[in-house]
Design a protein around this ligand. Structure first.
Ligand SMILES: NC(=O)c1ccc[n+]([C@@H]2O[C@H](COP(=O)([O-])OP(=O)(O)OC[C@H]3O[C@@H](n4cnc5c(N)ncnc54)[C@H](OP(=O)(O)O)[C@@H]3O)[C@@H](O)[C@H]2O)c1
Length: 257
């Protein structure tokens, strides 16, 4: 099996890489921090005799991703699973003019970065007639969270984008899988100073994700309890949602992106 994972230097992406390495997969690790990727590649090579390629790049850079994809295809072959996991989260407020840059960056990484990740593989996977294109969304994309307009909107865009792609790929054998995590214990959530219900460890979350990817699930919310929360969030009338959401904890602003 060949797996191409973005955002692999940390958190969920690194846990997915470990889980696929344990199955003997050949893996591409993509993220900006080369040292972290190299350290993980060494760790994986020590556990199993897997082949690991590292690609230090920014997913907002479409050309860099095309070059990485071409290199991986030439050396290892067309991936069976491509996971667009790289993402950034930061508090934003529309009334703060300076936050416009954060809005642009969050969209460039979380939304365009996902398109950049799938684009070099999609046509070849269609021709082959199989594989998985996996996008990491978020329960935060189900309704607009206060203080997180950029992140919530980017993940709502991810839900819609992945649905478009799923229907486009419907008859060719390529499954498009949307994974919507609730709260997973990673550096991204470590900065949150509010309660995080059903917080799950990354290795446990990665096992659930692998199963969802394996069976080609259209959409999987992890942990399942947050799936119930997501359904309720969708059903609750706007007036009640507004009252409840106004009390929700807020992500810190001005985090590095
Ligand atoms: N943790 C949660 O509770 C949770 C919940 C819902 C959704 N998610 C989603 O899950 C995904 C992974 O998040 P995480 O919690 O594992 O966070 P994390 O530990 O902060 O990991 C984020 C990963 O994305 C990479 N990344 C960020 N910007 C990038 C860029 N411009 N180009 C390439 N790589 C970039 C980071 O690597 P470098 O810094 O080395 O580039 C890192 O490997 C994200 O899409 C996030 O939105 C997480």
């Amino acid at each position: 099996m060949r797996v191409f994972i973005t955002g692999a230097s940390s958190g969920i992406g690194a846990a997915l890489a470990r889980a696929y390495a344990a199955k003997g997969a050949t893996i591409a690790l993509v993220a900006r921090r080369e040292a972290a990727l190299r350290q993980l590649a060494d760790e994986l090579a020590n556990i199993t005799a897997v082949q690991v390629f590292i690609y230090p790049l920014d997913v907002a850079d479409a050309e860099a991703l095309q070059a990485a994809a071409s290199h991986f295809i030439a050396r290892a072959g067309l991936p069976d699973v491509v996971i667009a996991n790289a993402g950034v989260s930061v508090g934003t407020l529309t009334e703060e003019i300076g936050d416009i840059k954060a809005f642009e960056r969050v969209f460039a990484v979380n939304v365009t970065g996902m398109v950049n990740t799938f684009a070099p593989f999609a046509a070849a996977m269609r021709t082959r007639g199989g594989g998985r294109l996996v996008g990491i969304a978020s329960v935060a994309g189900v309704r607009g969270l206060p203080g997180a307009g950029a992140y919530s909107a980017s993940k709502a865009a991810v839900f819609a984008y992945l649905e478009s792609l799923r229907v486009e790929m419907r008859d060719c054998g390529v499954k498009v899988v949307t994974i919507a995590p609730g709260y997973i214990r990673t550096p991204m959530t470590a900065v949150n100073d509010y309660p995080m219900p059903f917080l799950m460890d990354t290795d446990v979350a990665a096992q659930h994700m692998l199963r969802a990817i394996d069976r080609g699930a259209r959409c999987s919310v992890i942990p399942w309890q947050m799936g119930v929360v997501a359904i309720l969030l969708r059903l609750v009338p706007d007036a009640i949602y507004d009252r409840l959401a106004a009390r929700a904890g807020r992500k810190p602003r001005n985090l590095p992106l």
